[in-house]
Design a protein around this ligand. Structure first.
Ligand SMILES: [Zn+2]
Length: 273
């Protein structure tokens, strides 16, 4: 039987339409060859378009009214009732890891049931933090792993400093593209790769305004995307942030339990039990 594996790459604050006009060959190629869907957060029209609710939504498969993360201070969150997909996979005996350059990812969003959680938020700058995260991810991706989450933070930080319309933001998107290329290359270099079926998902938690910043309800701030390839994802699938966790878990053979009360659904073609 083909071993099924999954990789989630998160690029914080990436306004995807910027990808087309910069030197981002990997994301450009994937946008045209993979299943790509844009959507706008949130259905309630009021949740702040910030990282806490964004990543919590992505990894739990539920909207903020369930996981309870309304902003970046995580007060009264219900992540223990609506755990992240790495935790759910770990409970099924799968091998997982997360590397991230934003501290709440490894301290709060991904539970401590996931034993391999590496934080790089103490790096000297955000470019270095992402580079260090990828440096840590690549050997882990060469080894025994079923599900990985690689988080990149530089694009968002540059967006805050200079705005999404800036040359600096464009350069940060290019550097994220190079990091994505390295992560994917690490997967494809696995000796067992030809006998494995990898589902790769690339996404973001919110967009950015032209002058920089997010949290509000403008189209640019609400802009998100999900890029999916490597497994039999329905090409017409309107995949949204909440669909990522159930899709990845289904691919890994983890049955979705109704009692989890997920808001998303698997967009894999056919039933995979
Ligand atoms: Zn963010």
């Amino acid at each position: 039987m083909t071993a099924r594996k999954a990789l989630l790459i998160g690029i914080d604050g990436l306004l995807f339409r910027k990808v087309a006009s910069v030197a981002a060959p990997t994301l450009q190629r994937l946008a045209s060859t993979a299943v790509f869907a844009e959507s706008r957060i949130y259905p309630d029209g009021t949740t702040k378009t910030v990282s806490g609710p964004g990543w919590s939504t992505i990894v739990t498969g539920t909207w903020p009214e369930k996981h309870g993360v309304q902003d970046n201070d995580f007060v009264d969150h219900r992540l223990s009732s609506y755990p992240d997909l790495l935790t759910r996979a770990t409970r099924e005996g799968l091998t997982t890891f997360v590397v991230a350059a934003w501290k709440p990812i490894t301290s709060t969003v991904i539970s401590d049931e996931v034993s391999v959680r590496h934080d790089f938020s103490e790096a000297v700058d955000w470019a270095e933090a992402d580079r260090a995260a990828v440096d840590r991810a690549t050997p882990l991706l060469a080894g025994d792993v079923d599900l990985a989450f690689v988080y990149l933070g530089q694009v968002d930080e540059v967006g805050h400093a200079s705005g999404a319309a800036s040359a600096e933001y464009a350069a940060a998107v290019e550097s994220a593209d190079a990091n994505v290329a390295r992560v994917i290359a690490a997967v494809e270099a696995r000796p067992e790769y030809a006998d494995e079926e990898w589902l790769v998902v690339i996404t973001t938690d919110h967009g950015h305004t032209p002058v920089g910043g997010h949290g509000g309800q403008s189209d640019d701030e609400r802009s998100t995307f999900v890029l999916t390839y490597g497994a039999s994802v329905a090409a017409e699938a309107r995949i949204e942030l909440v669909d990522i966790a159930p899709t990845m878990l289904s691919h890994l053979g983890v049955a979705i339990d109704e009692r989890w009360e997920l808001d998303g659904r698997s967009v894999l073609e056919g039933v995979r039990e």
